[in-house]
Design a protein around this ligand. Sequence first.
Ligand SMILES: [Zn+2]
Length: 451
Amino acid sequence: MRTVGKRSFFLYVLIFAFCAGMIFLSCRVFLNAGEWASMPFNAHLYDENDRLRRGSVYDRNGTLLYSDADGYAAASKEALLHLLGDREGNLSTGVFSLYAAELSGYNPLTGNAREGNLFHTKTELTVSAEASARAYELLGGRSGAVFVYNYETGEVLCSVSTPSFDPDHVPETIETDEAYRGAYLDKTISESFTPGSIFKIVTAACAIENLPDWESWRCKCSGTLPIGDDCVTCLGAHGEIGIRDGLKYSCNVVFAELARELGKEKLRKTAEALGFGRSFVFETAHTARSVFDVSNAKEIDLGWAGVGQYSDRTTPYHMALLMGVIAGGGKSAQPYFVRKIALSPGVALYTGAEEDAPLNLSPQTAGALRGMLRENVSDYYGDALFPDLQAGAKTGTAEVGEGKEDTAWIIGFLQNPKTPYAFAVVIEEGGSGYRAAGSVASEVLAVLCAE
Ligand SMILES: [Zn+2]
């Protein structure tokens, strides 16, 4: 009996090990099969030049962007390089890297379905090749990013990062030449910048939520706000001024004073609800983290943090999303740029972007901010910047030190029901947010709204 007991014990151990092994294997197959299928030893997915097959990729209007036979389309290859990806796989957030398995024709249920002897997938992106090419041209060799999406549907219409390069002739000096610094990064999502005055929207949100008398709140701007031995400086002397006009004229004194009055804890809470301190999921890529960290800030630092300086950082993706949430009354569709990946007979291989946690903004605060940002354009920047589009926006001219020119920003949204678009433009060493970034946003949106 003792022998039988021992035997059945070993039998149970073996059965358990077998089941555990099967579960482990199934999980690995489920999670990694797509990746294995597109590995170089799987030679039938590669063409005669040893390139992984990617089928054909089109923009939102049916313009061909890439095909296995013809390579990159000349008109948009630099502009859309970061969204597509390079052949070497250095650009890890483009569709070629994120969906390598799907593009090569891999399907988790049927394996590598073939059509004749080839796997030929058709991919449609949501972006406009024409608007992207225009954005690239307008950035004009400067380092920066342009990101536009539809906050009602989530479709990304334009996503351009510079510097870029010709993927057919990768420059030999790409690693050493300062002009190509960051060329392998998609700056819309993978690089964070000092926000400067666009951060005042977050400080304003915190004031709206925490100060019952925020509409009648006033302070006096004489051009500087002394704090201890130091001071926060303003570009003008705005006199007695409230939050609404403070945002319009971008008064540093108003927002530094608000930051001190609200305090670290309340500001941190609002910033975190609006996405600071976290990264975002874009398709299956993860964005650089936006930073608002005042845990060790002195009072002067807190003042500067409230106007978007100190250690504040953010990405164009995050800022466009914030604009979409404000325009959408507290809600926005999640941005995505792949519409479909299918084998030509219509076998869908793409199941949608990964879901991300939304920003947390009440409809009341969103409504108040939307009104203020709309007034910035109608009463101050001028509607000529975005004719007939009922735009709301905020510019930023962020100081970065080290003897460098300021970082130029504009972020905003359109309320025209036909074009519910939110946008962010950043230009490193661009100088004035209004002049440098504003003109790029204005022209790119004009192209998109005419489509
Ligand atoms: Zn001022």
